[in-house]
Design a protein around this ligand. Structure first.
Ligand SMILES: CC(C)(COP(=O)(O)OP(=O)(O)OC[C@H]1O[C@@H](n2cnc3c(N)ncnc32)[C@H](O)[C@@H]1OP(=O)(O)O)[C@@H](O)C(=O)NCCC(=O)NCCS
Length: 213
């Protein structure tokens, strides 16, 4: 089964529980309070239904990706997820915000490596293009850092991943999808295996027209 055989569509409130459960399963090392809740999914569908996507295999949700529009100064990578995202991870959606801020992406472990994340990133990039926003930003977990944190700083680790010297199950996928790393974030989401370090990544919209913004 490839991503082409799945249906990609916007998230709907009736799937809120299933979507939250998928993320809980996909990020086993991240603390529960930093993960998507059914209430968060419902808020996405109420505030910004175009901003959240899911991949369906028949009736089963096998991938999700969510986000909101915000204003953000990307020269300052360090930030707190809750402060930027707001209530239940979505409350700060600003329809006029300059950036799409990626809140979550998760693919069911049995469905990885088939291009589902690529399709979910492409759908969100198209949203950014269609709305003429500056680009797509996100904090990214660094699951592979767990095996290197005793001999490398998080910055050294992301530099090595960006240089192709190390593979990170999340950051390497993001880099292959056209993102660049512009910093590291301390205490982004609670994950004892990586001492809670994250990357700060950006994709610039090549079609952004400031005159029309
Ligand atoms: C990160 C995640 C969403 C990726 O989903 P996915 O559907 O498996 O990703 P895709 O199949 O679209 O892409 C995998 C890419 O990594 C590449 N890849 C896989 N293993 C690789 C390896 N060992 N070395 C180099 N590249 C590799 C694949 O070739 C593919 O690249 P391509 O599209 O250029 O061919 C998924 O692993 C996941 O849910 N992880 C847990 C949740 C998570 O970390 N979310 C991010 C929160 S910030």
């Amino acid at each position: 089964m490839s991503a082409n055989e799945l249906v990609f569509t916007n998230v709907t409130a009736d799937r809120a529980e299933e979507i939250a459960n998928l993320e809980q399963m996909a990020l086993p090392n991240v603390a529960g309070h930093d993960k998507l809740t059914p209430e968060g999914v419902i808020l996405q569908t109420q505030l910004f239904p175009e901003g959240g996507f899911m991949a369906l295999d028949g009736d089963k949700v096998v991938g999700i990706a969510m986000g909101i529009f915000v204003d953000y100064d990307i020269s300052e990578p360090q930030h707190d997820l809750d402060e930027v995202s707001g209530e239940e991870g979505f409350g700060n959606h600003d329809p006029d915000g300059e950036w799409y801020y990626g809140i979550d992406i998760a693919v069911h472990p049995d469905y990885r490596g088939r291009g589902i994340a690529r399709r979910l990133y492409d759908l969100r990039k198209q949203l950014v293009i269609d709305h003429n926003r500056k680009g797509f930003i996100a904090g990214g977990v660094l699951p592979g850092y767990a095996d290197h944190k005793d001999h490398m700083t998080a910055q050294e680790y992301v530099d090595a991943v960006a240089a192709g010297e190390l593979f990170d199950p999340t950051l390497s996928v993001q880099l292959r999808n056209g993102f660049e790393v512009i910093g590291v974030i301390a205490d982004y989401v609670e994950d004892p295996t990586t001492d809670s370090w994250a990357s700060f990544i950006v994709w610039h919209n090549p079609q952004y027209d400031p005159e029309k913004a």
